[in-house]
Design a protein around this ligand. Structure first.
Ligand code: SF4
Length: 299
């Protein structure tokens, strides 16, 4: 196996730029099914409100038209973005509107043609989540076509590209990716307690006032029916801020759901996903102590 950079939760954060983001969940039909992803919970909660499998290109354009260009568009969300056949066109559309664009992909569903089109653009981040040795991911998806795409990406001139593996690298990929570009970590987030506790144990609930370490309450997730959830942890749709097919972007942060989140972050009663989230930092202690608690929570 190639020598790799082993990183923890904080280091993983450091390769992702800050700022406001709208993540795009392009489909409810993810076949990748990593065992540390609470996909089943997302699908059952989403299908209870909408049977839209893919985000339609026209709906995507309508939603993004309401988003200021200072907000980055991130193709990530709760499923593999390229399992929607219009994903590359969505990327090009967001880019042409002037948004910073971020990509987080396993490459499943991406074609050589898609990659050729993507190489013409410049990204704020381009992270490839590569397959492990079968402990957490389905190795049957590691095909000749997939390995060709990895080779093309390694030889591409995409400056922001990073490869990340959770667990041990799949043996067919070892040797293709240069050590300096490969980050090696473990499943570290319980997604607010949604992941199987045998894989990632949930943290101890944070009591009282708290803050999100990265202000991810402003990194929201667009779903295929236009609904927008709080953040990348909210697979179970616990906080739906609004719907960009009907609401303006700023309305998401002025409505009762977001106001309740803010109040609960200040310590008010009521359900708050953040209490179980690895990004949450207690606020009623010194910054040094908060950092200490946070490190314990993610160990
Ligand atoms: S603390 Fe966690 S759940 Fe709350 S906004 Fe931040 S990332 Fe999302």
């Amino acid at each position: 196996m190639a020598e790799t950079n082993t990183i923890g939760f904080q280091d993983l954060r450091s390769i992702i730029p800050g700022g406001r983001v709208l993540e795009i969940t392009t489909t409810t039909d993810c076949i990748v099914r990593c065992s540390y992803c609470p996909q089943d919970k997302f699908i059952s909660r989403q299908r209870a409100v909408s049977h839209m499998k893919h985000l339609c290109l026209e709906d995507f354009k309508q939603c993004v038209a309401r988003v200021p260009t200072a907000v980055d568009i991130s193709f990530a969300g709760y499923s593999e973005p390229w399992l929607n056949p219009d994903c590359t066109e969505m990327v090009e559309h967001a880019y042409m509107r002037g948004h910073g664009v971020r990509i987080f992909t396993t490459l499943v569903g991406m074609s050589r043609c898609d990659l050729g089109r993507l190489r013409a653009l410049r990204f704020r981040a381009f992270v490839v989540h590569v397959f492990d040795d079968g402990v957490y991911m389905n190795s049957r998806l590691v095909s000749g076509k997939y390995l060709d795409l990895i080779r093309q990406l390694v030889n591409s001139d995409i400056p922001s590209i990073r490869f990340v593996v959770l667990g041990e690298l799949h043996p067919d990929i070892a040797g293709i990716i240069p050590a300096a570009a490969l980050y090696h970590t473990l499943p570290l987030s319980s997604r607010g307690g949604s992941v199987d506790p045998k894989i990632v144990e949930p943290r101890k609930s944070v009591v009282g006032a708290l803050a999100c370490a990265e202000e991810r309450q402003y990194r929201n997730v667009l779903l295929p029916n236009g609904d927008v959830t709080l953040c990348c942890m909210d697979f179970e749709r616990r906080h739906v801020l609004g719907n960009l097919l009907h609401d303006e972007y700023n309305d998401l942060f002025e409505g009762p759901v977001f106001r309740d989140i803010q109040d609960r972050m200040q310590g008010m009663d009521g359900f708050l996903l953040c209490r179980m989230c690895e990004f949450a930092e207690p606020k009623n202690v010194s910054a040094a102590a908060a950092h200490h608690f946070w490190k314990i929570a993610v160990q």
